[in-house]
Write a protein that binds this ligand. Structure first.
Ligand SMILES: [Zn+2]
Ligand SMILES: [Zn+2]
Length: 223
C-alpha cells in the first residue's frame, strides 16, 4: 500500500482554486473543471436502462449505486457517473471528490479503487472546499490583480500629469521676466526707462503673442 499523499492533495486543490482565482468553487465550477480535463458528467439513474446498461458495460454498476458517483477512464472514454437523486450541495461534495481522483492521477495506468486513493480524493475535496484563509486571500488578490494594476496605472498617470503641469508652469516662468503696462503694446524689461514710473505687471506666456518687444530695452543694440 502506498503512502497517502496528503500534501500533494492540498497542493493540487490549491492549484485548482488559483486557476479559478477564487477562494470557493461552485458546482458549475467543478463541472467545468472536470469537462476541461475531458470528462463527461452523466446523471446516473438505475431506472434508466440505457445508463444502467452503460454502467454495467463499463463494470462500474456496483460502485455507482454504492458510492453515489464513479469516475471512469479507459482510452478515450472519460466519464463521471453521478447519481441523480443528489441535491446540488451533495453533488458539489461528490464532484470535488471525483475531481480529486482525476487531479491526483488515480485515473492513469492501472488504478483501481483503493483505500489510499479514496483517502487522497477525500483530502483533495477537503482542501478544495475548505481552503485556508491565506489561500482565500491570495485568490482574492489574484482575482483583483487587473483592478489593482489599473489603479496603479491611474496613480502613474495622475503623478505624470501633475509633474507635466508643474513642468509647464516652470516653463512659463522661464519664459522670461517681461513687463507690460495696462494699455501698452510692447513688453519691457523691468527697469526700462520708457515705462519708468508706470504701473507694471508681469507678461504672461499665453498673451506674449499680442505684444511686441520694446525697441529701447529689449531689441537695443540689435541691427
Ligand atoms: Zn472515490
Ligand atoms: Zn522698454
Amino acid at each position: 500500500m502506498n503512502r497517502i499523499r496528503s500534501n500533494e492533495a492540498k497542493r493540487e486543490a490549491a492549484r485548482v482554486l488559483r486557476e479559478l482565482k477564487s477562494g470557493s468553487i461552485s458546482l458549475e465550477g467543478l463541472e467545468a473543471a472536470l469537462r476541461r480535463d475531458g470528462y463527461r458528467i452523466m446523471p446516473y439513474n438505475p431506472a434508466k436502462t440505457a445508463v444502467q446498461a452503460l454502467a454495467a458495460e463499463l463494470g462500474v454498476e456496483d460502485i455507482v449505486s454504492r458510492e453515489q458517483s464513479v469516475t471512469f477512464r479507459q482510452g478515450d472514454i472519460r466519464l463521471v457517473l453521478l447519481t441523480d437523486r443528489l441535491d446540488n450541495e451533495e453533488k458539489r461534495l461528490v464532484l470535488a471528490h471525483e475531481l480529486g481522483h482525476v487531479r491526483m492521477h488515480h485515473m492513469e495506468g492501472t488504478s483501481a479503487d483503493s483505500p489510499v486513493e479514496e483517502y487522497e480524493a477525500n483530502e483533495f475535496a477537503h482542501y478544495l472546499l475548505n481552503p485556508s484563509w491565506m489561500l482565500r486571500l491570495e485568490c482574492t488578490v489574484r482575482a483583483h490583480a487587473r483592478a489593482f494594476l489599473a489603479g496603479l496605472a491611474m496613480v502613474v498617470l495622475l503623478t505624470g500629469g501633475t509633474l507635466l503641469y508643474a513642468y509647464k508652469r516652470q516653463q512659463a516662468s522661464y519664459f522670461g521676466e517681461y513687463y507690460v503696462t495696462r494699455t501698452g503694446t510692447k513688453y519691457h524689461l523691468k527697469d526700462c526707462t520708457a515705462v519708468q514710473g508706470r504701473e507694471l505687471r508681469r507678461l504672461r506666456v499665453d498673451e506674449a503673442e499680442r505684444y511686441a518687444p520694446c525697441s529701447i530695452c529689449i531689441t537695443q543694440g540689435e541691427e
